[in-house]
Write a protein that binds this ligand. Structure first.
Ligand SMILES: Nc1ncnc2c1ncn2[C@@H]1O[C@H](COP(=O)(O)OP(=O)(O)OP(=O)(O)O)[C@@H](O)[C@H]1O
Ligand SMILES: [Mg+2]
Length: 369
């Protein structure tokens, strides 16, 4: 068991929240191969106006002064309460969509602004989103999609159709075109789904009258020997009068370079948005944010810091972080169940987190030996 000293050496307890935009990837991930092409973000007028508003400072004789500056005491977590335990596990579950996505504002804003510009100008476009597993690509695109749908309603036009396809669900690579086509009505002519889509997107007056946002997740599943499926997909954004915005998501940084060389020669290679691996500060912030709504502390800050540091150094994968944190909570649950002492259990301690981490990072062959 590591001593507290070994754990805390070099650890800095985050006493202030790290900046959400400062993506400091782990050394492994920060190679120059991670190129980021900014997709001409446009400044949002509305946001600009809000930013210009001056904050009116509170008077010196504020309530804060009258009642003192002491921070509000958090309610203590009672892990023996089944309802509370359930809420904690749910907040740490990978399938739970968090109400607030921390540390991905920059990437989300770039994608949002890119799409907004395309919609405003009724112009097609494509983007390629890449990054290591568990870096919030799918989650961020879900958020951007729903923000865009809300925005399109707010501006008063029903201007947007949005389609999301995960390529792992396709039986065949070329099925991607029929999946997209399913979203358009009255398309049942003898042409192939791809030809029908080309026809739809290339006619000025024909359907769709709206802009269509197509999000293709796990795009690397579409790589074929001749790369034709990927190529044809991106070419949908280049046909004359196309109103299709295509966003491809995959792990490989160089997918566009390697598999879409023709697009580069046609000068329509999609800009690349890279989601860097999460740093320890970001991981810490994300977990805190996911648990904020509960109103009580689940982890000792030292234990959470330890987990963040370890996962950031290995991969920066949020899925791994969530799995380790859930495991640590389960260990606490088991400890409470097995204990006959009237001990007070309130938070996941460093030791429990250490056990959870050891299990997660144990070499694969240890079990078999
Ligand atoms: N910034 C964040 N805030 C809260 N939760 C996050 C954040 N980023 C990732 N997660 C969580 O981590 C898990 C993995 O995220 P996501 O599926 O978006 O990763 P990904 O980059 O698409 O991974 P993959 O390349 O494997 O598809 C999800 O449960 C998601 O809710
Ligand atoms: Mg994903």
């Amino acid at each position: 068991m590591p001593t507290l000293r070994s754990a805390s050496s070099g650890l800095q307890l985050p006493n202030k929240r790290p900046k959400s935009d400062s993506t400091t990837p782990s050394k492994k991930r920060s190679s120059s191969r991670f190129k980021e092409t900014k997709a001409t973000p446009q400044s949002d007028d509305a946001i600009g106006k809000i930013a210009q508003c001056k904050v009116i400072s509170s008077p010196t004789t504020s309530r804060k002064r009258l009642y003192g500056d002491e921070p509000v005491q958090k309610v203590k977590w009672n892990p023996k309460d089944p309802a509370q335990m359930k809420a904690v596990k749910e907040a740490l579950h990978v399938a739970t969509v968090p109400s607030n996505v921390a540390c991905r504002d920059t990437e989300q804003n770039i994608i949002f602004d890119f799409c907004k510009e395309c919609f405003k100008k009724e112009r097609s476009g494509s983007l390629y989103v890449c990054g290591c597993p568990g870096t919030g690509k799918t989650l961020s695109l879900q958020i951007v999609k729903s923000k865009l749908l809300t925005w399109s309603k707010e501006v008063g036009h029903d201007i947007l159709d949005a389609v999301s396809i995960n390529c792992t669900s396709l039986a065949d690579t070329s099925e991607i075109f029929s999946k997209i086509l399913e979203n358009f009505e009255g398309t049942c002519n003898p042409c192939s789904p791809l030809q029908q889509l080309q026809c739809i997107f290339s006619k000025r007056q024909s359907l769709p009258p709206k802009m269509t946002l197509i999000i293709v997740d796990e795009m690397d599943y579409l790589i074929t020997r001749d790369r034709s499926v990927l190529h044809d997909l991106f070419m949908l954004t280049t046909v004359p009068f196309s109103r299709c915005i295509l966003i491809g998501i995959a792990n490989a940084i160089d997918l566009a370079d390697r598999f879409l060389p023709k697009l580069a020669s046609l000068n329509c290679k999609p800009p690349v948005i890279t989601f860097r691996a999460y740093s320890k500060d970001q991981i810490y912030e994300i977990i805190q944010e996911r648990l904020k709504g509960l109103g009580y502390d689940v982890f000792d800050s030292l234990s959470l810091e330890f987990c963040a540091r370890k996962v950031a150094a290995a991969s920066g994968d949020m899925r791994k972080v969530l799995a380790v944190c859930r495991r640590a909570v389960e260990l606490l649950e088991a400890e409470i169940r097995d204990s006959c002492e009237l001990q007070e259990f309130h938070t996941v301690t460093f030791d429990l987190m250490d056990k959870a981490l050891s299990k997660a990072f144990k070499p694969k062959n240890v079990d078999t030996i």
